[in-house]
Design a protein around this ligand. Sequence first.
Ligand code: PLP
Length: 398
Amino acid sequence: DSLFSGVPTAPVDPILGVSMAYKQDTSPQKVDISVGAYRDGDGKPYVLKCVFEAEKRLLGAPKEYLPIDGIPEFNKLSAKLLYGDAMNGKEKRMVTVQTLSGTGALRIGVIFIRKYLPAGTTVYISRPSWANHHNICKESGVPSAEYTYYDPQTKGLNFQGMMNDIKNAPSGSVFVLHLCAHNPTGVDPTPEQWNQIAQLMKEKRHIPFMDCAYQGYASGDLDRDAYSARLFLNSGFEMFSAQSFSKNFGLYGERTGALTIVTHNEKYIPAMLSQLKMDIRAMYSSPPTHGARLVQTVLSDPQLTKLWVDELKVMSGRIKDVRKKLMDAIVQRKVPGTWNHIVDQIGMFTYTGLNPQQVEILVKKYHIYLLASGRVSLAGLNDNNINYVADAIADAVA
Ligand code: PLP
């Protein structure tokens, strides 16, 4: 009876689906620890003061179209923020385009891989990873595979397994690596492990694709969090990086990000840029203005930058504080198992190790919304709900 009667219903996104269920729940006790968005100590969304100040300065700014590849100054500042001192003249061999946040950067980058890297080049994604990595490859028609990452036994990194998979992947494969604050596990390689990863990837001529969604958010230190990307750049890789300003600037819905591709020879840059612009033009013509202007305003004013850096410390500090409080509350209740991984992990999430049955108890009985994988977004916790959540975990695990 309709052209569209054969359209099958797509599966609900594992993250956004949980968040939707939370919104529909009418219980006054409900707790949202699903989506990775920062909340302050009162559970409220937070507009950064540096962003608020930049917004005041931008009031009435023109709404003209941006160039296809975005604001040139924003692109420069974004690449500089990520690569810092490692840039050191290498900017000539880099091309950056403004994107629809981190997702858009990944998508444009993966399309570029499909079109211009050898046919069949496979994109390797950590197991587990942010689920959208798989969607992006699939919808872009790029083969993907997984590499070992998390060890459920230790709730830490399976470094040997990761190294084996890097070794066994066909030479010239793309590896999506989380810059820092790995989502969903909160488990990052140490600097020494990164060095070994870089060395092996070099031998195998693999291509790093850094997914940078949490710079400054893991340790509170922008340079420290960028260690891996700078290491790869200094090691002479041709590489990709997708930057998101959703979390570190709190710009979620403004869709603010950047894709940078590094090549060995600057003579290839004009052709690469022309192709990136062609893809963007055909997809959405040009990126949105507001978020990029905000980031540009903050990063080009030393005082606003300082304010931003201080706010990053406050946000990452609160999350660290919540980790400790959650672990203490669970240990205090003598919940079976070890829980030190909650404080050992880093970034916005903790991969609790709760199984799907235990998660279901939290959701159904306690109205506490988290991912079926046991991932908890720590930003949703505060002094008003930590004890309630710890009580619920004690009940679910008992
Ligand atoms: N990559 C990772 C690992 C993420 O966690 C996220 C956001 O949750 C993103 C990329 C991109 O997010 P956005 O498109 O909102 O910048």
